[in-house]
Design a protein around this ligand. Structure first.
Ligand code: WQD
Length: 338
């Protein structure tokens, strides 16, 4: 049984990937420092997995500790989720983002190399496409960054590609996430941002549950069907399955791969609001306000490469994403507060 280490393991995407990997027959070890997640997630995972999750509290920037954990648990592959992920926060704290996101990646890769482990899944992002040069976006589209967060994903990819070039033997999956939303169908784990949500879906769910008065729609004058921003929302459980498929590819084919993890379907902000109101039966009042600096009009994937190379394709549509988001938020109005 292959042992996989997840960094940032109690985070939103990692916790869902943890379940998918266990269901796929992997042994999973989680590491987190709870900088942006709650230890309560471990209790929820125990209930879902039917066993106590194997977990070590650690900061990925502690290379010696990471190497010790990898060696002690016989880790054979790593999925590196741990990173700060707020575009707005990255503009305010660029050096903290470079330290944590790039430094953390160097630290984890160094610990892996010390232990002779060279199977790595890197959480990248559609943000590496900057202002997309064409739509739908294919993996050979031009890359650029428009904010420090996006730069850490772009430079992270470039660092790893150079590492592969210099030291053969690495098998790396570069997974470019589009817009992850939704939650495990049980409603016991989900997205639990701290403070005011930056992203659309958690803000919508907090309006629906009465925590926020109304949604601000950032811009109604984009060149899109209804003037609001269009994005490729992907169910977090589909995203988790993409990680399972990527690991199987790395282990079996031992070759690196770069793929978009999206559905290929773009939805506008208003589309999401309407779908969510249908799924929840709750109104989501909104006001159209000025555009948010740095936003692009439209961003959605061509997901063919992931299907052709990994045999993976997203299964869930926007209605299921909204249904599962609502179940999580309505049964956990205060997130992971125990
Ligand atoms: C989606 C749409 C907004 C909030 C970012 C990162 C990306 C990834 C996902 C980390 C846009 C509109 C949003 C609100 C709104 N993050 N919106 N009111 O900006 O596409 O992507 O998050 O990995 O890397 O760049 O996602 O959810 O913030 O915005 O109108 O209160 O919703 O303008 O059109 P985004 P988002």
């Amino acid at each position: 049984m292959t042992t996989i280490l997840l960094t940032g393991a109690t985070g939103y995407i990692a916790s869902h990937t943890w379940i998918a990997l266990k269901e796929a027959g992997f042994r999973v070890l989680g590491v987190d420092n709870f900088a942006n997640s709650s230890p309560v997630v471990l209790k929820r995972l125990e209930a879902l997995l039917g066993e106590k999750p194997v977990f070590e509290e650690a900061d990925v920037n502690d290379t010696d500790r990471m190497a010790d954990i990898i060696a002690r648990h016989g880790v054979q592959g790593v999925v590196h989720f741990a990173a700060h992920k707020s575009v707005g926060e990255s503009v305010a704290k660029p050096l903290e983002y470079f330290r944590n996101n790039l430094g953390g990646l160097v630290s984890v890769s160094t610990a892996m190399e010390r232990c002779g482990v060279k199977t790595l899944v890197f959480s990248s992002s559609a943000t590496v496409y900057g202002q997309p040069e064409r739509l739908p976006i294919t993996e050979d589209c031009a890359l650029s960054s428009t904010n420090p967060y996006g730069m850490t994903k772009l430079l992270g990819e470039q660092m790893l590609r150079e590492l592969e070039r210099c030291t053969p033997g690495w098998a790396i999956a570069y997974l470019r996430y589009f817009n992850p939303v939704g939650a495990h169908a049980s409603g016991t784990i989900g997205e639990d941002p701290r403070g005011i949500p930056n992203n659309l879906m958690p803000y919508v769910t907090q309006v629906a549950v009465g925590k926020r008065e109304f949604l601000q729609v950032f811009g109604g004058d984009y060149d899109t069907p209804d003037g609001t921003g269009v994005r490729d929302y992907i169910h977090v459980c589909d995203l988790a399955q993409g990680h399972v498929a990527a690991l199987r590819h790395l282990i079996e084919a031992k070759t690196s791969v770069t793929v978009n993890l999206g559905t290929g379907q773009g939805y506008s902000v208003i589309d999401v609001v309407k779908s969510f109101e249908k799924a929840s039966g709750r109104p989501v009042p909104y006001r159209i306000v000025d555009r948010r600096p740095g936003d692009v009009a439209s961003c959605y994937a061509d997901p063919a490469a992931a299907e052709n190379i990994l045999g993976w394709k997203a299964q869930f549509g926007i209605d299921r994403m909204c249904e599962d988001s609502w179940r999580w938020q309505s049964t956990n109005p205060d997130g992971f507060k125990d």
